[in-house]
Write a protein that binds this ligand. Structure first.
Ligand SMILES: C[S@@+](CC[C@H](N)C(=O)[O-])C[C@H]1O[C@@H](n2cnc3c(N)ncnc32)[C@H](O)[C@@H]1O
Length: 260
């Protein structure tokens, strides 16, 4: 969960944290397009879509896209980033909670990137999200998302100073390595067009999810967990996902795409 975003943090996110979506969108698309459903159904639901970089990649590939995010400030930038596709109706952005949403048609692919689902407050919320995802998926559809693992969140227990071209961020992370919540407090300064710096503060937490329980919750939601994988190689199963700092989870819904 996040403190509501002010105007500055989403602009900083758009400029400096979009690399993850840009790097992983082509890998996810290539994985999906090799599946039977992916060859027939070019629709994607981008859950916790942030500023819309992943959505933009799928739009350029010709997909119809719906993006969902809780933050209206993030969605505002997503709409700017995808403006030509909004005008043609190829994309829609909807403000909703990932743990409690409903959509008016089904999708071949539901995706959620950059540990967005670690922002859900509890395992119950995550289970409710999986139920909504399952209902949103077409038969044979795929659900692909990544999470920070407990091992990965241990890195948060630190103070980092991040200096980039037009931004400085002081990130104070707190995690005891055992409990189910890791915290980050960011103070940042973003250079504006007039050369002055705007200050932002952002607090967020990540809930730590037990990956074995995730597998069970996905199955309970009606999904088949194919494997856990590293983002660099979505095809190769990882045997001990809890040892990874970040893990992708690939699951699918039974059935055959109606468009096959
Ligand atoms: C780390 S960003 C990831 C954004 C994007 N998926 C990406 O790859 O860059 C997390 C996003 O999750 C959104 N978010 C957090 N909690 C949410 C919730 N309960 N429902 C929907 N979106 C949520 C935030 O507003 C933010 O845009």
């Amino acid at each position: 969960m996040l403190q509501p975003y002010n105007r500055t943090f989403p602009r900083a996110y758009n400029r400096f944290w979009s690399a993850f979506a840009n790097e992983h969108a082509p890998r996810i698309a290539e994985f999906y397009e090799r599946t039977a459903t992916g060859q027939a159904d070019r629709t994607v639901l981008d859950l916790c879509c942030g500023t819309g970089q992943l959505a933009a990649h799928f739009l350029r590939r010709g997909y119809r896209v719906v993006g969902i995010d809780l933050s209206e400030a993030m969605l505002e930038i997503a709409r700017e980033n995808c403006a030509p596709y909004l005008a043609t109706g190829q994309v829609r952005f909807i403000q909703a909670d990932a743990s409690n949403f409903a959509v008016d048609h089904t999708f071949g692919l539901v995706v959620s990137t950059y540990d967005a689902l670690n922002h859900l407050p509890s395992f119950e919320a995550l289970g409710s999200c999986f139920g909504a995802v399952s209902r949103a998926l077409a038969p044979g559809g795929w659900f692909i998302f990544d999470l920070n693992t407990r091992s990965g969140l241990r890195r948060w227990n630190n103070i980092r100073v991040i200096e980039m071209d037009d931004m400085v961020v002081i990130d104070r992370g707190i995690y005891d390595g055992q409990s189910d919540r890791a915290y980050t407090f960011m103070t940042g300064f973003l250079r504006t067009a007039d050369g002055l710096y705007e200050r932002f503060e952002q607090f967020a937490y990540n809930t730590v999810f037990d990956l074995a329980k995730i597998k069970t919750a996905l199955i309970d939601a009606g999904l088949h967990v194919t494997h856990f994988a590293r983002g660099q190689d979505l095809n190769t199963p990882v045997d001990d996902p809890e040892r990874e700092e970040r893990i992708f989870i690939l699951s699918s819904k039974a059935g055959t795409s109606a468009q096959d």
